[in-house]
Design a protein around this ligand. Structure first.
Ligand code: MF3
Ligand code: CO
Length: 260
């Protein structure tokens, strides 16, 4: 299939989808506090998504044969959970960090975004991890411009994260995004000389989503077949934006609609 280029009109539609996704994530961020369950956050997202006429990209998503379809509208990954944590009865407590990941389709176009949120007061180390990861996303986005190679994104993320004493998860990557949540190419957050390294062109749209561990990069999958944790139980954070490569440089599509 290759990388599907989007016209500027199509990118404007993706901007609207991204705007809804961003606004719903802000509602979730504000709802995060000690005592709320991850399932309650999922219910808020589901209700707000329906109210706005969007459709979840996560619910019922099949990742591999033999793994049950994903049951939530969002992923909720707490502390040493990296990604794909399933919302449920878990009660958030003061000092936790929670990654919220949300992808939805509006008028045929997908927005995919996420962030990691402190629950009440968190430790200085946890705050540092959040700052490094959010900054890593910005450093990666900065490279999403015409003429650069794809791997410029991962190289910038990896260099920055490792200079801060943290590690970049290898087992999961960002991806192209458009009518489908997962399109070509894979967008790694590290340099892998085996992977494709196309020249970036206007009209490419990527989900850039560094996953950063305070300790080592290795991951482990839990028996629910979804939740991914750090092997060494260190804290992990994640931030994601959907970003279009345009003549004028990177355009972040998953910001609130009034941000442009
Ligand atoms: N943002 C994640 C991704 O890009 C979300 C996948 S969760 C799933 O792959 F439930 F859809 F699998
Ligand atoms: Co994604």
């Amino acid at each position: 299939m290759g990388i599907v280029l989007k016209s500027s009109k199509q990118i404007d539609k993706m901007r609207i989808a991204g705007g809804h996704v961003a606004e719903i994530l802000l509602i979730l961020r504000d709802a995060v506090k000690p005592g709320i369950t991850t399932g309650e956050l999922d219910a808020i997202a589901e209700k707000e998504l329906a109210r706005r006429g969007g459709e979840s990209c996560f619910k019922n998503y099949v990742i591999h044969k033999g793994v049950p379809p994903y049951p939530g509208v969002i992923c909720t990954s707490v502390n040493d959970e990296i990604v794909h944590g399933i919302p449920g009865k878990r009660v958030l407590k003061e000092g936790d960090i929670i990654a919220l990941d949300f992808g939805a389709r509006f008028d045929g176009w997908v927005g995919d975004s996420g962030l990691t949120v402190p629950v009440g007061q968190i430790s200085a180390q946890a705050q540092h991890l959040l700052d490094v990861t959010e900054r890593a996303r910005a450093v990666g986005i900065e490279q999403a411009r015409p003429g650069n190679r794809l791997q410029a994104i991962g190289r910038a993320v990896q260099q920055y994260v490792e200079a801060q004493g943290c590690s970049v998860v290898r087992h999961y990557t960002g991806h192209g995004v458009g009518r489908q949540m997962h399109e070509e190419p894979l967008v790694p957050n590290y340099v892998d000389s085996q992977m494709d390294n196309p020249i970036l062109r206007p009209g490419m749209v990527f989900a850039i989503e560094p996953m950063v561990n305070a300790g080592r990069a290795e991951t482990r999958e839990l028996s629910d077949r979804w939740t991914v944790v750090t092997k060494d139980h260190s804290l992990s954070a994640y931030f994601e934006h959907t970003v279009a490569v345009t003549e004028a440089g990177p355009r972040i599509l998953t910001l609130p609609l009034d941000a442009d």
